[in-house]
Design a protein around this ligand. Structure first.
Ligand code: X2X
Length: 333
C-alpha cells in the first residue's frame, strides 16, 4: 500500500490541477448501515469504534456510518451486505434469521431469565453455533453480539396483563417468522413490518401495538404514538455485527486485528450502556406519558406450550442448537 500511496498522489494532483489538500484517501473506506437513530447506544459506540479504528490503522481504515435506515430498511441492508454494496450491517437476530434460520434461537419466547444467562449463551457455545451458521452464508460475524434488549409490548388500546389480552391484537413484529409464529400462538394478529415503518404505522393505526426494548421505544419516540407499555420481557434480542465475507477475507491480518478489537470492545461498552439505560428508561418514559404494568410470564408461557410453539421451534432449530440453548436456560418444553 506504500506503492499505492505513491501512485495516488500524482493522480490526485493532476485531477485537482494543483497540490492536493488531502495527501491520500484511506486504503479501505468501508460502509456500515444500521436501522437505529443516532442517539441509540449502538450508534454512539459504533462512532467511537470508527474513530478508534481510523486512528489505530493510521488512517488506512475509514468506516462511514449510515444510521437510521438511510440506506433502506433491514431487508435492503441485508441484501447489500451480502452483495458487497455495504461492508457492515447490524441486523437483529430476528432479521438475520431470514437468511440464517438458527440465528433466531435467542428469541425463543421467555427463554432467558436474565443477562447472565444471555451473555453466557451468546458469548459461549450457542453464540459460536450461530456464528458458524452465519459464516456459511459468506458473512463474517464479529465475536461479541451487541445488545438490543428484552422486548416489551406497547399498545394504543389497552395494557396486556395476561395472554388472553393478546387476543386479536393487531401488533407489529419484525420481518421474521419466529415472532409471527409466537404472536399467533398467543392469539394475536401480528403483522411483519420493517422498523423503518413502525412509527408511521402506529401513527396511522395500521397496527395498534408493537414490541421492542425500552431504549428503542425511547430513542425512536414510540411513546408519542403509544399509551401503554406492558413489561412482558417475551424475547431477548441482540444485534450481530456482520461484515461482507469477501471484504473481510481481503483485509490484511493487521487491519483485521484492529477492526475486530475496535468493534468487539465497542460492543462490550454498548452492553454496559444498555444496562445503565435500563435502570432509568422506565421513569423517563413514564414522564413522557407511557403507562406501565408488569405482567407475570406464566399465562404467556402456558399458552405457548398449549399452542405447540416450543415443540415446533425445537424441530425447526434442530436438537443440537436447542440443547445448547437449554444448557444455558434449562428445560423449555
Ligand atoms: O425492528 C425492530 O423492532 C428492532 C429495531 O428491534 C430490530 O432491529 C429487530
Amino acid at each position: 500500500s506504500a506503492l499505492r500511496r505513491l501512485c495516488a498522489v500524482p493522480a490526485l494532483a493532476l485531477a485537482g490541477g494543483g497540490f492536493p489538500l488531502i495527501a491520500r484517501a484511506a486504503d479501505y473506506t468501508l460502509k456500515y448501515g444500521n436501522n437505529l437513530p443516532v442517539t441509540h447506544p449502538l450508534n454512539i459506540r459504533a462512532q467511537e469504534a470508527a474513530e478508534r479504528i481510523l486512528k489505530e490503522s493510521n488512517g488506512r481504515v475509514d468506516i462511514k456510518i449510515f444510521p437510521n435506515n438511510q440506506l433502506g430498511g433491514d431487508t435492503d441492508m441485508l441484501a447489500q451486505v451480502r452483495s458487497g454494496g455495504i461492508d457492515f450491517f447490524t441486523p437483529s437476530a430476528l432479521v438475520i434469521a431470514t437468511l440464517v434460520p438458527v440465528a433466531a434461537i435467542n428469541a425463543v419466547g421467555f427463554a432467558f431469565k436474565d443477562y447472565n444467562q444471555v451473555w453466557g449463551a451468546m458469548d459461549g457455545a450457542l453464540g459460536a453455533h450461530v456464528r458458524a451458521a452465519i459464516a456459511q452464508r459468506k458473512l463474517y460475524a464479529f465475536e461479541k453480539m451487541w445488545d438490543n434488549g428484552f422486548r416489551q409490548t406497547t399498545s394504543s388500546k389497552a395494557p396486556v396483563a395476561t395472554a388472553s389480552d393478546m387476543n386479536g391484537l393487531k401488533i407489529r413484529v419484525p420481518v421474521s417468522s419466529l415472532p409471527i409464529s409466537m404472536f399467533k400462538g398467543l392469539g394475536a394478529a401480528p403483522a411483519s413490518l420493517q422498523f423503518s415503518e413502525v412509527y408511521s404505522s402506529l401513527q396511522t393505526k395500521v397496527v395498534d401495538a408493537q414490541e421492542n426494548p425500552l431504549p428503542i421505544i425511547q430513542v425512536a419516540k414510540l411513546y408519542e404514538v403509544q399509551k401503554y407499555c406492558s413489561l412482558t420481557n417475551h424475547i431477548w434480542d441482540g444485534y450481530w455485527f456482520i461484515a461482507n465475507g469477501r471484504m473481510w477475507e481481503g483485509l490484511p491480518e493487521d487491519l483485521k486485528t484492529i477492526v475486530a478489537r475496535g468493534i468487539n470492545e465497542a460492543g462490550l461498552a454498548q452492553r454496559e450502556d444498555i444496562k445503565k439505560l435500563n435502570a432509568s428508561v422506565q421513569s423517563d418514559l413514564e414522564a413522557k406519558g407511557l403507562q406501565f404494568n408488569q405482567p407475570s410470564a406464566d399465562s404467556f408461557r402456558e399458552q405457548l406450550r398449549t399452542a405447540g410453539f416450543y415443540k415446533e421451534w425445537q424441530s425447526r432449530f434442530g436438537n443440537e442448537a436447542w440443547s445448547l440453548l437449554e444448557q444455558s436456560v434449562g428445560k423449555l418444553a
